[in-house]
Every structure is written in C-alpha cells, then in structure tokens.
Design a protein around this ligand. Structure first.
Ligand code: SAM
Length: 281
C-alpha cells in the first residue's frame, strides 16, 4: 500500500496548524538526503516526520535517525512506512520542548538536522539549533523560498537582513535546490527551497551575546542609519554611537544592510570593549 492510501485508510486529515505539507517524490527525497551529505557514521535528527517519507530516505543512508513528530494521529502510517528500518526512533512530541541536554542524550551530541520544516515555526526552530552552545554539524532544511533567499543573501542585496547576518556569522549556507509548490501534498501557496547550513563552531567575535544583540539592534529600523539604531538600541548619544562606528571602520551614515558579516564582528568587538562593564549589552 502506498503512503497516501495508508494516510487515507488511517483516517488522517492534514493539519494546517502543524504545517503539514508532505513530500512523496522518491527522487526528490533521496536528493534532499544527498544535499545533507548523510553517511553511515551520521546520526540524523529530523523535525516533523509526517508520513515518514523523508525519514525513510534518511534511514537508507544514515547510521541512526531520531525523528520527532508532534501529531500522534500519524502513528499508524509511520509504523507502516518505517517498518523495514531498525535504525529509526520516532518520538511523538513537540521538538521545541526538548533542551540541549535532552537532545544530546538522544542523539549522542554529534548530529545533523534534516527537515522539511513546518512553516509556522521555521525561524524559532532554526534558532533553537543555531543558538546552542554546542550546535549540530549542519542543518539541511526545506523552507519557504523567500526565507531561503533571506538566509543566504549577502550585503547590499535586497533580501539581506538580520536573519542573513545571524546565519552568516555562525555558518556557511547555500540553497541546494528550489522545490515548486506542486511537489507537496497538499500544495502550499508558495514555492520552497532546501538550504544547507554548515556550522563553523565559532563566530570569531569576542563575545557572541554582544554580536547577536548588535545584529538585532542594527536592523531594528531598516531605513534608519546605524548611528540612529545603535543610539536608540544601546541608549547612548549619537556622537558616542558615531565614535564606535568610526573605530570599527564604518561610516556613521551607513545602514545595517551595507555591513558584511565580518564588519558586524568587528563592530561587535568595539561595542563589547566599551560596554562589557555596563548593563547595555
Ligand atoms: N517530513 C515530512 C515530509 O517531508 O513529508 C513532513 C513535513 S511537514 C512540512 C512538517 C511536519 O512537522 C508535520 O508532520 C507536522 O505535524 C510536524 N510538526 C509540526 N510542528 C512540530 C513540532 N513542534 N515538533 C515536532 N513535529 C512537528
């Protein structure tokens, strides 16, 4: 019995609330597992197993797959789809409830995240993994095409923003494939893309919390200059904000979208030196 008949026979109905848009194209599923560079030495953490089609493609290549699925009504279908695999564990729970230590206990610390992400929590899920003291090796995730473009955008390009810089200071990211909406069941209103994000481990900044705080403050008002955004974000005078920018080699009239990720690190180090003994970080 194919996956769709199985879903139907089990009385399953797709839930918009959980972002349920499933993939069934075997070639595409295998290509996503290839994009993630999965081998027998890898432990894979999948967010949202759905009907288990991507889980199966991953289990064919990985040593072990730990798949989370919030919707227990998928249990019958999942046990059918995954019946031939003894290297898969499905956890019927909300992945966001799991802390670093709990995930490490399940995965053994070194793991790769692969997921066709539920769109309603794409960004919080990305940051749940990116923000970890000990992040995964990589995240290979299907997201809305526009979000993928923002993640991978470079300075001075239209899509470049806080998300692009936040990823770029931690990782190397590239779009590996565009997936049209008609590949999903049911079809969403937007096209998607797979992004491969490979973590570098260190940002290079003296203090990561200062760097992450700076990125948020710098893009708080996109149309304002950095001087204005830093002045309001750190509650300092404009001349003080201008002095920080000048020391970092940045023109005080510049806007956040003109700064490269490396310039954000330099500016963050200047701000850290000035504010480390104050509450302003
Ligand atoms: N991997 C499947 C595929 O590619 O066909 C399903 C992908 S579907 C876009 C996202 C899946 O994530 C759904 O099955 C949904 O129920 C599940 N999900 C949504 N929120 C979740 C959460 N917080 N924790 C675990 N699973 C979640």
């Amino acid at each position: 019995m194919d996956v769709l008949s199985n879903l139907k026979n089990s009385g399953f109905t797709f839930s918009k609330k959980y972002g349920q848009n499933f993939l069934t194209d075997e070639k595409l599923l295998s290509d996503i597992a290839c994009d993630a560079h999965i081998g027998r030495d890898d432990v894979v953490l999948e967010v949202g197993a759905g009907a288990g089609t991507l889980t199966r493609a991953l289990a064919q290549k990985a040593g072990k797959v730990i798949a989370f699925e919030i919707d227990r009504s998928l249990e019958t279908t999942l046990s059918h789809t995954l019946r031939d695999f003894d290297n898969v564990t499905v956890i019927y729970d909300d992945v966001t409830k799991f802390g670093e230590e709990e995930l490490d206990a399940l995965t053994g610390k070194r793991y790769k995240v692969v997921a066709n992400l539920p769109y309603y929590i794409t960004t919080p899920l990305l940051f749940m993994f990116l923000d970890r003291a000990d992040p995964p090796v990589s995240l290979t995730v299907m997201v809305q095409k526009e979000v993928a473009e923002r993640i991978c955008a470079t300075e001075k390009k239209g899509d470049y923003g806080a998300l692009s810089v936040s990823v770029a200071v931690r990782a190397d990211a590239e779009i590996t494939r565009i997936v049209p909406r008609d590949k999903f069941i049911p079809a969403p209103n937007v096209d998607s893309a797979v992004v491969n994000i490979v973590l570098r481990g260190k940002t290079g900044a003296k203090d990561d919390a200062t760097l992450y705080g700076l990125i948020k403050k710098a893009f708080a008002m996109k149309r304002k200059t950095l001087t204005n955004n830093l002045s309001s974000g750190y509650s300092v005078t404009k001349p003080e904000a201008e002095a920080w920018l000048t020391e970092a080699g940045v023109k005080p009239s510049a806007r956040a979208e003109e700064l490269s990720p490396a310039q954000f690190v330099t500016l963050s180090d200047v701000i850290y030196a000035k504010t480390k003994n104050s509450y302003r970080k």
